[in-house]
Design a protein around this ligand. Structure first.
Ligand code: HEM
Ligand code: HEM
Length: 295
């Protein structure tokens, strides 16, 4: 297809910012499961720093941009919830940053060397699965406020394009990493769920994991379809893939999934996933459970 030309841009701030975000996410995920305990503490501190960066971005940049009060005109009544969503997400990022500082302080006392193989073991995840889980998790979580804010920026704003380049690049990266993760799950069998879970908890955890895998595939696909049918290109670092089809109003249907239905399902399932993991660790006091994915 002649239309599918990958064009190269030598100056593209969005591509450089994307490289920075992907590099930092991989680095944090690698450090979180490093064998030496001091490096793991450093990984937790970096993860906390990442949360503070998101909170600072909102409280300093977004709040002073004037776009919370004067965003791009709403397309549906649901759009009026965006400032509130950004507030909730930024306060959560700030509190998570504080929480991770406390965890780093606790981790300082450990001198346990983490002896872990690349492949999954019977009762815990190996290095590759952990690296993929945390890199995807960090990128996925950062895409949500980034996507919401991007969609509020009026057309004529100078930095609008950079936000779209970063959002689309990271979105495509998540999609590719999920494919690698699914292939890896075939090569190295996933460990069975933790034995300390009740049968109901097992069923819920299993369902939540499957729905999350589904979301990780379907959200970037709907984003790509919405973009392409709307007549825009998809960015991947320095490259741009032009729209694959004639512009058509079908983009509104894909947009309905990408912008409204799927994010709200994700809030519920991801909330249950994270709160379930925290309950297991701090309320049920099953210390081994969290350590299956991070030590
Ligand atoms: C940042 C907060 C997160 C925490 C604390 C967390 C924690 C965990 C833990 C402890 C497990 C292992 C469960 C087990 O014992 O079997 C796990 C698995 C999983 N998580 Fe997360 N997670 C987080 C974010 C995410 C995100 C953002 C996604 C995807 C959108 C995600 C998707 C998954 C999936 C699909 C599994 C199942 C892994 C497999 O068996 O292949 N998680 N998570
Ligand atoms: C896991 C990957 C992704 C996640 C979690 C994600 C999430 C989001 C979210 C939450 C929004 C805000 C929706 C709103 O409130 O209006 C958004 C907007 C957007 N997303 Fe994504 N997205 C992902 C991947 C992609 C990809 C791969 C593309 C395109 C190739 C894309 C294109 C867009 C566009 C163009 C918007 C803004 C739409 C507008 O201006 O109204 N997204 N995304």
């Amino acid at each position: 297809m002649e239309d599918i030309i990958l064009s190269y841009y030598s100056v593209n701030p969005g591509a450089w910012i994307s490289i920075g975000i992907v590099f930092l996410s991989v680095f944090i995920s690698w450090a979180l499961n490093f064998s030496a305990p001091k490096v793991r503490v450093f990984g937790t501190l970096l993860a906390s720093f990442g949360c503070f960066v998101i909170a600072t971005w909102f409280f300093i940049f977004v709040m002073n941009s004037g776009l919370l009060e004067n965003p791009k005109p709403n397309q549906t009544p649901l759009d009026s919830a965006k400032p509130t969503l950004l507030w909730i997400q930024s306060i959560t990022a700030f509190l998570t940053g504080v929480f991770l500082l406390l965890i780093a302080n606790y981790q300082r006392k450990s001198n346990e060397i983490l002896d872990l193989s690349a492949k999954n073991e019977k009762y815990r995840y190996g290095r590759v699965s952990r690296l993929l889980h945390w890199t995807i998790a960090i990128l996925f979580i950062s895409l949500i406020p980034m996507g919401i804010f991007s969609s509020m920026i009026p057309e004529e704003t100078s930095y609008r394009n950079a936000y779209y380049v970063v959002h689309k690049t990271i979105g495509v990266t998540v999609f590719l990493l999920v494919i690698v993760r699914l292939i890896w799950n075939k090569i190295s069998k996933r460990p069975a769920l933790d034995n300390t879970l009740t049968p109901t908890e097992k069923k819920l955890a299993h369902r939540a994991h499957n729905i999350l895998y589904f979301m990780l595939l379907v959200i970037p696909i709907t984003g790509f379809m919405m973009t392409s049918y709307h007549g825009y290109g998809t960015f991947f670092f320095f490259w741009e893939l032009p729209p694959l089809w004639e512009q058509s109003n079908v983009y509104q249907i894909w947009g309905g999934f990408h912008k409204y239905l799927l994010p709200y399902i994700v809030y519920i399932i991801l909330g249950a996933h994270v709160l379930g993991a925290l309950k297991h660790q701090f309320i049920d006091k099953h210390d081994s459970a969290f350590k299956r994915m991070v030590s």
